[in-house]
Write a protein that binds this ligand. Structure first.
Ligand code: ADP
Length: 330
């Protein structure tokens, strides 16, 4: 693979990546040069986000307003995430985790990523909001477009990306503060100060996460006192309090019992009308229960990507068939 700059040029040859950018090899001084303007842009965007959240809260106060700010038109679904010839490497290029991935994800759908452990599902998921930037020595090539903009473009605002693309992890990770403060945390850190606005956003997020009825009389109790399933729904509430457009979920139910799992699944299905959900799951039953589309990965390659119904009834690839019928053992 060709990388543009010499510093991290040690990536192995396969696959035939184009002269695409090595996203982590840009000279540091350029980052420094754009830092100031990015900061100004970020401040401006922060103010815009506060205005957006205040407007949403005002609409919510007049009932069912949140939907209006989203495309509930029911028309043809647009592609919201486009992955193009995407390769990903760990350890400064020594370990390639993803090979030439191409996929389009449509808005207001649920897409599940399946495949054996280590096949790259989480790596791709975490690339969509550039969480992998935090992994030292990681390198990627190709493009991921979110709302038609390549998130690896020079000067792209990662903070804004992460407000648009929320994340829920495998293990519920509420902050050791109250239930209310967990949910208010995001809007507050964006600059929302008005108590009535925060109250509205917190209630809405907890309602959408199917947790409100269980916690409304106890909002100031410690979040860590909730059950595992409740904690995971709280983390979903925390993510959606920022009104993202896309929710990434990395095996959100793998640590939950079957009843808590079903609750989260029900909730995810409900969220689809407002959000685009991309979820890694180890459970093929879960993929069939909730997703519109399924992507099957094997050793870093996207083997098959189609409607869930088609994948589980009439897979195109023999390897998919083997995996979903339990014959795959590698
Ligand atoms: P999955 O989600 O399908 O289990 P991952 O995306 O976590 O797979 O991992 C894909 C491959 O990348 C695996 O071989 C894994 O060992 C490797 N990998 C994941 N994270 C790291 C990391 N931080 N450093 C080095 N290799 C990693």
């Amino acid at each position: 693979m060709k990388t543009k700059k010499s510093k991290q040029n040690s990536a192995p040859k396969k696959p035939k990546a184009k002269k695409s950018k090595n996203h982590q090899s840009r000279p540091k001084k350029h980052y420094h040069n754009v830092l100031k303007s990015l900061h100004q842009k970020h401040q401006h965007q922060k103010h815009e986000k506060v205005r957006e959240l205040e407007a949403i809260a005002a609409e919510l106060a007049h009932e069912n307003g949140a939907e209006k700010s989203r495309n509930g038109s029911g028309g043809k679904k647009e592609v919201i995430v486009k992955v193009k010839e995407f390769n990903f490497f760990y350890n400064k290029g020594k370990k390639q985790a993803l090979f030439d991935i191409n996929m389009d994800i449509k808005e207001n759908t649920i897409t599940t990523f399946i495949g054996p452990s280590g096949c790259g599902k989480s790596t791709l998921l975490r690339s969509i909001n550039r969480m992998n930037d935090l992994v030292e020595g990681s390198v990627s090539s190709g493009e991921i477009l979110v709302f038609d903009q390549n998130i690896f473009d020079y000067g792209y605002d990662v903070t804004e990306l992460r407000t648009d693309v929320g994340m829920v992890f495998q293990k519920a990770n509420p902050f050791p503060i109250s239930i209310y403060e967990n949910v208010a945390y995001g809007p507050r850190s964006q600059g929302v100060k008005k108590k009535n606005v925060l109250d509205q956003l917190v209630q809405d997020a907890l309602e959408k996460s199917a947790l409100w009825e269980e916690v409304k009389d106890n909002l100031y109790a410690p979040a860590l006192g909730l059950s595992g399933g409740q904690q995971q729904r709280l983390c979903i509430a925390r993510a959606i309090a920022m009104h993202p457009k896309i929710l990434l979920m990395d095996e959100p139910t793998s640590a939950l019992d079957p009843i808590a799992t079903l609750k989260v699944e029900e909730l995810v299905l409900n969220l689809k009308k407002d959000y685009t959900i991309i979820m890694v799951t180890h459970s093929m039953a879960q993929a069939t229960r909730i997703s519109n589309y399924t992507a099957f990965f094997l050793k870093g390659e996207l083997i098959e990507y189609s409607s869930t119904k088609r994948m589980f009834t009439n897979p195109k690839d023999k390897r998919t068939e083997d995996y979903i019928s339990g014959r795959f053992n590698g």
